[in-house]
Ligand binder design. Structure first.
Ligand SMILES: Cc1cc2nc3c(=O)[nH]c(=O)nc-3n(C[C@H](O)[C@H](O)[C@H](O)COP(=O)(O)OP(=O)(O)OC[C@H]3O[C@@H](n4cnc5c(N)ncnc54)[C@H](O)[C@@H]3O)c2cc1C
Length: 416
């Protein structure tokens, strides 16, 4: 069923009791051309583009829980394409372009809101660094604007400009950045993929692979064996775990990242704002709650919840940036499992096993990449070759030393 003003009016006349299901709940078939493991944003987007762009629709997405139960439904919803390195910027900008047309494309309201992302700078060195990043963005045809303190004060008067320890000197703004309703993205891609014939199979955990003579033949699941010509892994925080079932050891560590939502308050925060003297990012949801987060907890874990020291750390940074935050109550918090790679950049690639493909290493920035990741991963699976936009995201860069280290941190996954 296509969502439109007419279908809304028609269903209103019957008390909204006859809407069809957004996607089917099929039994797994014995064989598929492609099986995608993981019903998060990346897995669902991959299935959608496999069907839509490449005409491959004998596809199943296997999700061990329910779709949207992973990071796609747990993130702080920020999208942006403000990268500096050549391997990254065109990829994230393509993602931004896909976001800009996504709702029309998949006929689903994902509440894409290009409200502007502002990264604050607090010193001259940091300003120069941001100017360099802004220039790199502009060279790629991407919008970037360096704001000084007075320009910023007009936009964000409630920041703590008098903080002697972290003086705010200005910010780098990408106006086309913003937020997207995170679980709406999972639902939109699921509905779009289902409409193209993809089977979305929930409560189906992958437990092992059948691999013979270096070729994948299928997978063992909690709902029985499923044969597949090609298998794509898009399991985010569980990447190392699932890859180990195929005998692979990945350059990935799993860490917890928490997010927080405050009580609803009147609209006052028009943009996404990030603190440059610590790690803190905040936006205001349509319901009025402030949505914010900071650093990962800093230890390896598969728990979808975090610990109190990071709560204190995040709130400290928030209050240093917006003192008024200290009077707002936190309503709820949760955690997600991050697939932290050694250089902070993702992996979209074939593996050494024929028919087995890998999508992981998104750290805590993979939500904004969802459409482009699905686009490029679908291309890799369909054509057996990397897409130009994701050519830098090869697995063998960790062997060759050809790192894509946007932050310049080195092989320290807990810091990326
Ligand atoms: C608190 C938080 C804040 C974040 N903020 C942002 C942000 O503002 N902007 C941004 O760009 N990114 C952000 N991220 C990162 C982003 O959410 C992730 O990088 C991205 O969602 C990961 O891809 P995904 O959606 O496919 O992952 P997921 O939704 O986690 O999908 C992976 C799926 O695989 C399933 N799975 C795992 N093992 C198996 C198995 N054996 N069998 C079957 N299924 C399996 C899981 O259940 C899960 O549903 C944030 C993440 C968190 C947790």
């Amino acid at each position: 069923m296509k969502y439109s003003v007419f279908s809304l009016m028609k269903n209103a006349l019957s008390g909204h009791k006859h809407w069809g299901r957004a996607w089917r709940d099929p039994e797994p078939k014995p064989n598929y051309d492609v099986v995608i493991i993981g019903g998060g944003g990346h897995g669902l987007a991959t299935a959608y583009y496999l069907a839509k762009q490449h005409g491959i629709n004998n596809v199943a997405v296997l999700e061990k829980g329910w779709i949207g139960s992973g990071n796609v439904g747990r993130n702080t919803t920020i999208i942006r394409s403000n990268y500096q390195l050549n391997g990254n910027e065109p990829f994230y900008e393509w993602s931004m372009k896909l976001w800009e047309n996504l709702e029309q494309d998949m006929n689903f309201n994902a509440m894409v809101s290009q409200r502007g992302v502002i990264n604050l700078y607090h010193s001259e060195t940091q300003r120069d660094d941001y100017a360099r990043r802004g220039n790199a963005m502009r060279l790629h045809g991407v919008d970037a604007e360096l704001l000084d303190r007075e320009q910023l004060r007009k936009k964000l008067p409630y920041l703590d400009y008098e903080n002697a320890r972290f003086p705010i000197q200005g910010g780098l703004m990408q106006q086309r950045g913003g937020t997207v309703r995170h679980d709406g993205v999972a639902w939109g891609f699921a509905r779009g993929a289902d409409a193209c014939g993809v089977d979305i199979i929930q409560n189906c955990e992958v437990k092992g692979f059948k691999i013979e003579n270096g070729t994948v033949l299928g997978i063992e699941t909690s709902r029985g064996y499923i044969g597949a010509k090609k298998v794509g892994m898009a399991v985010a925080g569980h990447a190392s775990q699932v890859a180990s079932m195929a005998g692979m050891k990945l350059p990935i560590e799993s860490h917890v990242l928490q997010a927080f939502v405050s009580e609803g308050i009147k609209p006052y925060l028009d943009n996404v704002v990030t603190f440059g003297a610590g790690h803190f990012y905040v936006s205001q949801s349509d319901k009025g709650g402030l949505v914010f987060g900071g650093d990962i907890d800093g230890y390896n874990s598969y728990a979808q919840r975090g610990n109190l020291p990071m709560v204190e750390h995040v709130i400290e940074a928030g209050v240093a940036m917006i003192p008024g935050l200290s009077r707002i109550k936190v309503l709820r918090s949760w955690g997600g499992i991050m697939d932290m790679s050694m250089d902070g950049s993702p992996i979209i690639d074939k593996t050494h096993i024929n028919g087995l493909y890998l999508n992981c290493g998104w750290c805590y920035g993979g939500f904004k990449a969802t459409p482009a990741s699905g686009w490029c991963f679908a291309h890799t699976i369909a054509t057996d070759s990397p897409h130009d936009l994701s050519a830098a995201y090869r697995l063998d860069r960790f062997k060759s030393g050809n790192m894509l280290d946007e932050k310049g941190m080195g092989a320290t996954p807990n810091l990326h």
